[in-house]
Design a protein around this ligand. Structure first.
Ligand SMILES: Nc1ncnc2c1ncn2[C@@H]1O[C@H](COP(=O)(O)OP(=O)(O)OP(=O)(O)O)[C@@H](O)[C@H]1O
Length: 651
């Protein structure tokens, strides 16, 4: 095969330009990224070799080698992992397949130009992998031979928009990545010299100490020759000697005693393993002995990843058995609603070469999973009790996960899940822009209040201005604010909390049970009776637009409002269904009219002109349009409505 030149995909080009002109100061992270790729490639080989021993070609001494060379000012990172063939080199190093990197680029474009802090944050957050090497490289050469295949390939690029691929030879399987360093990154005068063995050693210690394969490097040591007794020979001058040293401790942090581990160690470990630049929000390290034996080290990232609720997010914990890595992203340990938890579990009860399928059925795995879930929920309950502001921070990032868990319990877990999560929920309320638990809400309910009231809206202001809110505010009844799409769905599944049913202020009757409300209700019924014809004619005029027209007992200063029937979905749910392409789930609309409003008297007057009169018809459609607008919905024919208003105003 002759040498081929390929163009980078447009997005890769963008990323490379960014790396070259990066103002990111932490350029040294490229080494961590390449070592982590090398370690992943060994993991992959190890995993595949469980079912195909031949891939090992007789060598299962996994290792990563760093080879700095001052003379050619290069640094090579070599691994004996799975390697890549021609197609894989093109696919992995020529395009950006990872949606994460795509999202990174989008975010970056959104960030204001010259916003250096955001740029820094993003490079750290997304960990741009292989391409980060272009921050320090003039040229990168990748020589790789895939395990089990004979032909090796050489990929090379100066990041000028293209790369070349050609056949080459390589005896051992795996990948060598050679970076020809930019002038500012080699030599004694360099700001950072990446050919300096001691610099490299300290970087490995800092970022890659826990990598589970040995990271080796050759050191040239100057020594005084020794005599037969091992004593240095005086005046003999020094001799140079090569010595291969392992740079990383490989000692898993989780195997140490909790009391011996410093907070910074957990942070570094977490950042290293999960490519995060921030400190984790929570660290949970537990060693369990007894019936079942395991150590778990779990983290909550400081911020929810941008794709936590998308299908491309891969949840799961790492599995180890006696410190030997078995599997990444094992989904079967934790329930869906804890998908944001990162970390690992090490248990001698896991078998080393177990397949994913068998693992799913493993009794030990199920037991450990149940325990981990309990530990996490207990920790959350504890934080809620003892450190409210920390819990609120957690809630801001991951509250949605728990609510989705409750909603999802219909299909997965049932009331058991609801019971586990109901006391961890937080909502703001009409009384204060402060988060409270359901328990706190119920404790503050007046004696006569039998239901938990809630209102749905896009923000506090839009709920505050709902006409239905006025009466509740006047009566001092607190209302939970549902500002997240999933809130109402989750609450629909719960139905009640400690025997108190949830009730939307925009659905069904309010059922306020105090004496005053009972009286108003009676009065409303009387008004409704004496206005039966009017109500019937409004309904007839509006036709299918509304299911029912009613005299309202819930309105104070507003003339009308629209509520949904208690049985069907609410307007917010209707909207959510429509957004999810399910427009058939429609709320049953009920138009409520305030009999105490001056408009009602006017309506009665206009009705005297007859139900077929233009004036009456216009009044009906304007009433309905008003009600829609209050709910944040658009009337079907806004232009016609505007004309009608103009006509009426001109009168
Ligand atoms: N040393 C290597 N051996 C084998 N394959 C490699 C090696 N380095 C990179 N690759 C391949 O190239 C792909 C792209 O690497 P890159 O570092 O850009 O992203 P990543 O490792 O998938 O993601 P991240 O860096 O966010 O973990 C990898 O997924 C892997 O398939």
């Amino acid at each position: 095969m002759a040498k081929e030149t390929h163009q980078f995909q447009a997005e890769t080009k963008k990323l490379l330009d960014l790396m070259i002109h990066s103002i990111y100061t932490n350029r040294e992270i490229f080494l961590r990224e390449l070592i982590s790729n090398a370690s992943d490639a060994i993991d992959k080989l190890h995993f595949e070799s469980l079912t195909n021993r031949d891939l090992l070609e007789g060598n299962s001494d996994y290792e990563i080698f760093l080879i700095p060379d001052e003379a050619s000012h290069t640094l090579t990172i070599s691994d004996n992992g799975l390697g890549m063939n021609r197609e894989e080199l093109i696919e992995n190093l020529g395009t950006i397949a990872k949606s994460g990197t795509k999202a990174f680029l989008e975010k970056l474009q959104q960030a204001k130009e010259g916003d250096n802090d955001t740029q820094k944050d993003l490079i750290g957050q997304f960990g741009v992998g292989f391409y980060s090497a272009f921050m320090v490289a003039e040229k990168i050469t990748v020589v790789s031979r895939k395990a089990g295949e004979a032909q090796a390939y050489k990929w090379e690029s100066t990041a000028d928009g293209s790369y070349t691929i050609e056949e080459c030879t390589k005896d051992s399987r795996g990948t060598n990545i050679t970076i020809t360093l930019l002038p500012e990154f080699y030599g004694d005068k360099a700001e950072e010299n990446f050919t300096d063995t001691y610099k490299l050693q300290s970087l490995v210690k800092k970022y890659s100490d826990y990598v589970r394969y040995p990271i080796k490097m050759n050191f040239v040591i100057e020594e005084q020759p020794k005599d037969a007794d091992g004593k240095p020979i005086e005046g003999a001058g020094t001799i140079k000697k090569n010595e291969v040293r392992i740079l990383n401790s490989m000692q898993p942090l989780w195997a140490k005693n909790k009391s011996e581990i410093k907070e910074e160690e957990y942070t570094e470990f977490y950042q290293n393993l999960f490519h995060d630049w921030e400190k984790p929000m929570e660290v949970m390290h537990n060693k369990i002995e007894g019936n079942i034996e395991y150590t778990s080290l779990l983290f909550f990232p400081a911020h929810a990843p941008y794709n936590l609720y998308h299908s491309d997010y891969e949840p799961g914990l790492q599995l180890y058995s006696r410190h030997v890595f078995i599997m990444d992203k094992c989904k079967d340990l934790l329930p869906e609603y804890l998908r944001f938890v990162k970390g690992l579990v090490d248990s001698p009860d896991f078998s080393l070469n177990i397949s994913r399928e068998l693992l799913q059925q493993s009794r030990e795995l199920k037991l450990i999973g149940k325990n981990l879930e309990k530990t996490i929920l207990k920790q959350l309950a504890n934080t809620l009790k003892k450190d409210r502001s920390k819990y609120e921070q957690f809630w801001k990032e991951y509250g949605k996960s728990l609510k989705i868990g409750i909603y999802g319990s219909v299909y997965n877990g049932g009331s058991d899940v609801v019971n586990k999560l109901k006391d961890l929920l937080l909502f703001t309320t009409s009384k204060e822009d402060k988060l409270i638990t359901l328990k706190e809400y119920v404790e503050n309910m007046p004696e006569s209040q039998k239901k938990i009231y809630y209102a749905t809206g896009k923000d506090r202001a839009s709920i505050d201005s709902l006409p239905q809110m006025e009466i509740l505010r006047d009566k001092g009844i607190d209302v939970l604010y549902f500002l997240d799409n999933v809130d109402e769905f989750a609450i629909e599944v719960m139905r009640e909390y400690e025997g108190k049913p949830f009730h939307s202020i925009s659905r069904g009757d309010l059922d306020l049970d105090d004496v005053e409300s009972q009286e108003v209700k009676k009065e409303t019924e009387t008004i409704a009776k004496s206005n039966e014809d009017l109500i019937k004619d409004i309904k007839e005029t509006l036709g299918d637009k509304v299911a029912e027209v009613k005299i309202s007992s819930r309105l104070k200063s507003s003339a009308v409002c629209l509520v949904a029937d208690e049985q069907g979905p609410s307007f917010a749910m209707e909207q959510a269904f429509a957004d999810a392409n399910n427009p058939m789930f429609k709320a049953r609309r009920i138009l409520e009219i305030n009999p105490k409003h001056d408009l009602f008297a006017r309506l009665q007057k206009v009705h005297e002109q007859g139900k077929e009169s233009t004036a009456f018809k216009d009044y009906c459609s304007l009433l309905y349009a008003q009600a829609l607008l209050i709910e944040g919905m658009m009337p079907e024919d806004p232009a016609a409505i505007a004309n009608k208003i103009a006509e009426l105003m001109a009168k």
